[in-house]
Design a binder for this molecule. Structure first.
Ligand SMILES: Cc1cc2nc3c(=O)[nH]c(=O)nc-3n(C[C@H](O)[C@H](O)[C@H](O)COP(=O)(O)O)c2cc1C
Length: 302
């Protein structure tokens, strides 16, 4: 077995650094017929909340130049239904499971984590503090709320916690540092970028919510900058995310300081892109005669 791609991400052993990005791979198990799930580094599941949510009305997806807008609004089946079916099915895949969670306050996040603590198959939780598609403001824009959530979860969680931040912030490195100081084991940088588009025939916004989150190739360079800035300040590992379409993009994120990457829009286009990225990374290491993928994290030369 090739071990060049093996990493230990915040205490989680992964066979490679390519993860699914929350919300773009369902609850994971549904895609088992399309790609060999066991090849993935880990599956980050669709964000779940305490109670089921219907999400926003249609239209909530729109294609834009070099990317897509979404305003799903955290539609999900709620934690109780999640542990009944998706988690049961995911357990059978043997892939590390990272459960993305969201709520309105620290109490909500802690309640979900208390329930998830009962399942030893869960490798980590990702705290989504950065959804741009809710009526309330983005959680991580409220620093004291952010700190409270991380501290509460850290106190009770049996598994590492990964904090997913919004890129729409003046200095993401300060926020990442604050997350680290509150006990985060890793950060995901970053979520989508608040954005909008208008249909010039109807004069109507392309999304029912007017504004949504922008993802795909058009955000890549901005997200790499987030990773690079945070890498200068924090010691915890970074999960790079935003516009990764190819293995070359994944390498770029890692050179900027990411220890692993999560892939969203590219896997919506085709889940096979995840496998292509993994295979491409493996080939890259062979061609460059690099012994371990870990060597390229933060290896950008000046
Ligand atoms: C349709 C869609 C749904 C998403 N749902 C979630 C979600 O539930 N939770 C979350 O943390 N991020 C969610 N995201 C954001 C992605 O996980 C990812 O951070 C973002 O799309 C940037 O990566 P990408 O350019 O590779 O897609 C969603 C993105 C899309 C396109």
């Amino acid at each position: 077995m090739n071990t060049k791609l093996n990493i230990n991400f915040a205490g989680i052993k992964l066979k490679n650094p390519v993860l699914t990005a929350s919300g773009t791979f369902g609850y994971g198990y549904e895609l088992a017929d399309l790609i060999p799930l066991e090849k993935l580094g880990a599956i980050i599941t669709k964000t779940i909340t305490l109670e089921p949510r219907l999400g926003n009305p249609q239209p909530r997806i729109a294609e834009v130049e070099s990317g897509m807008l979404n305003a799903i609004g955290l539609q999900n089946i709620g934690v109780k239904n999640f542990i009944e079916k998706p988690l049961e099915n995911l357990k059978k895949t043997g892939v590390p499971i990272i459960v993305s969670i969201a709520g309105k306050c620290g109490k909500d996040y802690a309640e979900i984590v208390k329930i998830l603590n009962g399942f030893k198959e869960i490798a980590a939780v990702e705290l989504n503090l950065s959804c741009p598609n809710l009526k309330k403001k983005i959680i991580c824009h409220d620093v004291s709320l952010t700190k409270d959530i991380i501290k509460r979860v850290k106190k009770i969680s049996k598994v590492p916690i990964i904090v997913k931040l919004s890129p729409l912030i003046t200095d993401i490195s300060e926020l990442a540092l604050s997350a680290q100081n509150c006990g985060a084991d890793a950060v995901t940088l970053a979520n989508t970028y608040p954005a909008m588009a208008i249909d010039i025939e109807t004069f109507k916004p392309k999304l029912s919510t007017i504004k949504g989150g922008l993802s795909g190739p058009c955000v890549k360079s901005m997200s790499i900058r987030c990773v690079y800035d945070a890498y200068q300040k924090i010691k915890i590992p970074i999960l790079g995310c935003g516009g990764i379409m190819t293995w070359q993009d994944a390498v770029e994120f890692m050179l900027a300081g990411a220890s692993a990457v999560s892939v969203g829009t590219a896997s919506l286009i085709s889940p096979k892109n995840l496998i292509k990225i993994i295979d491409g990374l493996e080939n890259f290491l062979s061609v460059k005669k690099i012994k371990s993928i870990k060597e390229i994290s933060g290896a950008m030369k000046r």
